[in-house]
Design a protein around this ligand. Structure first.
Ligand code: UT7
Length: 324
């Protein structure tokens, strides 16, 4: 780190985890009125993973975190901040971040959850970046982990075919040069109703419907619009242009959302990282899952400009721009 340079953060390692149980589109054909052809043509999804009974968000997060720590050449004790993005925590409290901290055997620093649904990882990464820039923490574990299979209505073909379980993680550490160039976060609660899981716990009972509800068409249109706007906002704030982007790693909800957005931006398909076919929409886990795949298979290399973008319930959306 240069003595005079500002403290920034860089991604030192990535990791991911998918539960063992595979649920294919063909499997879903026997559960709801759907076809493999419909799911693949409308979403690009071929299969999703389902967490085992007794396997919780913090367990998925643990497996992804261990990989990210190994990739960074660090031990759990080197971490002084855990920010975990999830909408499907293990329990009401403690936070899944604290449960992960316990499983990692860390007993110092801070740990908390961030709830921004499918934008959760972007919010978590932006949050950890700010703490590192301020000098308050040196090394953060930033995780997205979800068990969305547990909040789905398995009789609703309009939603149950779209989601899956998984986790992704990165180690973020203080560095002299970027690293993370910028973060842009947005929310507009006026759109709360188009994607929600409205049930809640009260008086020892779940009140309201605890399964995911979505107006798919409205979500699709809004997602494409805000992802395009946010990409322009991000690049112009950094004095960069679309051709400077080496990799576009967007929230993995639907391959058509990614390809429509990329086409509108002028990003060629070969610069888009797509993993949604293998795990469906894993909400806050999807971006670090895709990032880990592209980092491990050697596509993302030092010096590359990586545009991460998320969008999801809230409504929330945002970007993190990274010089690898
Ligand atoms: O993190 C954000 C999370 N949400 C999303 O990413 C979802 C964004 N939205 C989407 O991805 C798309 O809107 C969907 C994939 C949900 C739907 O695709 P679409 O091309 O917008 O289809 P549609 O909603 O216009 O539905 C077309 C038809 C309907 O039948 P009718 O009314 O035309 O007879 C649906 O009932 O497809 C029917 N349909 C299905 N058919 C077979 C809906 N779900 C299914 C299904 N299998 N699973």
């Amino acid at each position: 780190m240069s003595a005079a340079g500002p403290v920034r953060s860089r991604i030192a390692g990535t990791g991911s985890y998918l539960p063992a149980k595979v649920l294919t589109n063909r499997d879903l054909e026997s559960m709801v009125d759907t076809t493999d052809e419909w799911i693949v043509s409308r979403t690009g999804i071929r299969e999703r993973r389902i967490a085992a009974d007794g396997e919780f968000t913090s367990d998925l997060a643990l497996a992804a975190s261990r990989q990210a720590l190994a990739a960074a050449g660090l031990r759990p004790g080197d971490i002084d901040l855990i920010v975990l993005a999830t909408s499907t925590p293990d329990m009401v409290f403690p936070s899944s971040a604290c449960l992960l901290q316990k499983k990692l055997g860390i007993r110092h620093g801070a740990a908390f959850d961030v709830q921004a649904v499918c934008t959760g990882f972007i919010y978590a990464l932006a949050t950890a970046d700010q703490y590192i820039r301020s000098g308050m923490f040196r090394r953060a574990l930033v995780v997205g982990a979800e068990v969305f299979s547990r909040i789905l209505d398995w009789k609703d073909r309009g939603t149950c075919v779209l989601f899956g379980d998984g986790a992704g993680a990165v180690v973020l550490e203080a560095a002299g040069e970027a690293g993370v160039l910028s973060a842009h976060l947005h929310a507009d609660g006026a759109y709360a109703d188009i994607l929600s899981t409205p049930g809640h716990v009260c008086g020892g009972k779940v009140l309201g419907d605890p399964t995911l509800k979505m107006d798919g068409g409205a979500v699709f249109k809004l997602a494409v619009r805000v992802l395009e706007e946010c990409a322009h906002e991000t690049l112009s704030a950094n004095g960069l242009a679309v051709p400077d982007v080496d990799w576009f790693v967007a929230h993995q909800a639907n391959v058509r959302i990614i390809s429509h957005t990329a086409r509108k931006l002028g990003i060629p398909p070969e610069k888009c990282v797509v993993t949604v076919d293998r795990h469906a929409n894993t909400s806050a886990a999807s971006i670090p899952l895709a990032l880990d795949v592209a980092a491990r298979d050697g596509r993302i290399r030092p010096g590359h400009l990586v545009l991460l973008e998320g969008v999801g319930g809230g409504f929330t959306w945002g970007s993190v721009l990274v010089r690898w």
